[in-house]
Design a protein around this ligand. Sequence first.
Ligand code: MEV
Length: 438
Amino acid sequence: MARTSRLPGFYKVTVNERRSLVCEATGADPREIEAALEGGGLDAETADKFVENVLGTYALPYGVALNVRVNGKDYVVPMVVEEPSVVAAASNAAKMVRAGGGFRADVDASLMISQIQLYDVKDQATARARILAARKEILAQADKAAPGLVSRGGGARDIEVRIIGTPEDKMLVVHVLVDCKDAMGANLINGIAEAIADRLAELASAKVGLRILSNLCDRRCVRVTCRVPAECLATDDMDGEQVIDGIVNASRFAEVDPYRAATHNKGIMNGVDAVVIATGNDWRAVEAGAHAYAARSGTYSPLATWRRDPEQRGMLLGRIELPLALGTVGGTLRVHPAARLSLSMLGSPSSAELASIAAALGLASNLAAVRALATDGIQRGHMALHARSVAVAAGAAGDLVAKVAQMIVEARDITVEAARRALSVAQCEGDAATLSED
Ligand code: MEV
């Protein structure tokens, strides 16, 4: 069956009905969903195997973004995030992008950088030349430290030697570029760094410093573009052409102001991180890499930009580029049942395919944010969704959640206090209706 990510009315049905719809759309097994998601999927005993001093687990909402099409393929995309409106906004933006043909992604090979720092280097230029001359030997030694990776077609591909710091630092850093295939690669890369460091120090007549991966994995970038027809962007008050101008203006603001770029990128990471977490990947590594990449020119800049399409004037053109080290094999979190479910719902993607999906969600989240900011402002939609959690915090349950949320949105007072008052009114109305039926 062809997978679809178009599930109209999905948000209106119950959690159980949504599970069935997702099973039909993705081929996921209902029992797997039940087992992976009830109670967050991880009991205290299993959690105790992951980290230290465990007291329990901490659950987060697990939703799915709909309408997502990347390189012509549909995905129901798992998102783990606590912030209201992120999942809805990404789904809505993905629908607009779909009308323009979907996301187009292009991903580098899974090259990670293993850094070996050498210090007390007597003559940096000679040391550099000697290490480069031993390139073949170093690569072979690196491969020997990761036989499993080599058997899966990966392995060490190249070395670079950088003279860094001031001459007084007497420092060199060697980068070994390793193709990690479908692994995130942290353990492989750290193992390689430790295995070859002594030989490098010998060649450089230097001492071994740090041996660790770099999270600025700028050889493992993903680029995603999308086009959105103007008419899909229109709001009640603005036509699509005006919205395109507003979004381009928002992009320029982020391009010239790091204060705005930080918030712009935060909105992108709303989408990226939610997928990274749902698939059991290391979101701190992804965050570190993304922000270091955003600052690579020396000025902190937006990871995604927007322009009017020069070839089709009635189209908005968006582009994102960022490093993404995501694994779909190995790693402790692959034993997390919810992470396994996420990967299976995505059709067991390769690392590159997963990076395309996560980056597409980043671009979708950014589109939703800049469109809202350039039109109605962010608060209207955001507060309407936030009102549901406020209603729950005030004690509303079942049908009363939506009712109380609507009442406090209409009263423009989205506070727990207002929700408590609305809840008593809604309960009284409910009691009165029951009595009159009796
Ligand atoms: C909120 O989580 C994200 C936004 O602030 C992003 C942005 O301003 O572009 C809405």
